[in-house]
Design a protein around this ligand. Structure first.
Ligand code: FMN
Length: 188
């Protein structure tokens, strides 16, 4: 029997809509995760728009909760929509809030990124912008596999189940890679 410790992952989805393809992709990642990994999903729906005047008075409770969840997690999994060739404002705003001092919680975190988009590029440009922020915040994103679910409107059924076998395989591979990556970086 392996004595490797379990890896806890915090999922963060950049879309708030109920029928979000990105949220559905995150659910698929939970479905296909390997043994030895747990995934919980953050609720970022109540995070206000960033305002430094508010921040200096203390983090709003939904931000404080997110910061604590990030700190406690061994790894992060971002579901990243593409809005106008960038990540969604919802995701950027949550990252901006959580990243503020003291003790910005992203530093050193192993992370994985997946995304679903209506366009043919599958959200590649949005994910690249997220990767830019990862550099500044000293996160350690997996480079591969890239999970770019293009024409997402054709890849999920009415219940939000991902029906595309290639995309499902990539998500399975991503989660397996994240387990190894988190163990390597976290020394677990
Ligand atoms: C403001 C806005 C901008 C968008 N820009 C892009 C884009 O640059 N590339 C793309 O492929 N899809 C774009 N879309 C379409 C989204 O990919 C599509 O709405 C997708 O379903 C959003 O993710 P969700 O299903 O998780 O909410 C955009 C949608 C919105 C609302």
């Amino acid at each position: 029997m392996s004595d490797a410790k379990a890896i806890s992952v915090l999922g963060i989805c950049g879309s708030l809509r109920k029928a979000s393809f990105n949220r559905a992709a995150l659910n698929t990642a939970i479905e296909l995760k390997p043994a030895g990994m747990s995934v919980t999903v953050a609720d970022i729906s109540q995070i206000p728009l960033y305002n430094e005047d508010v921040r200096v008075q203390g983090f709003p409770p939904p931000v404080e909760t997110l910061r604590q969840q990030i700190k406690a997690a061994d790894a992060l999994l971002f579901a990243c929509p593409e809005y106008n060739y960038s990540m969604s404002g919802v995701l950027k705003n949550a990252i901006d809030w959580a990243s503020r001092p003291p003790d910005q919680p992203f530093a050193g975190k192993p992370i994985a990124i997946l995304g679903a988009a209506a366009g043919m590029a599958g959200g590649a440009r949005g994910q690249l912008h997220l990767r830019h922020s990862c550099v500044f915040l000293d996160m350690h994103p997996l480079n591969k596999p890239e999970v770019l679910i293009f024409q997402a409107q054709n890849k999920f059924d009415a219940d939000g189940k991902l029906t595309d076998d290639v995309a499902r395989g990539l998500i399975r591979d991503l989660m397996a890679a994240l387990l190894g990556w988190a163990r390597l970086i976290g020394g677990k």
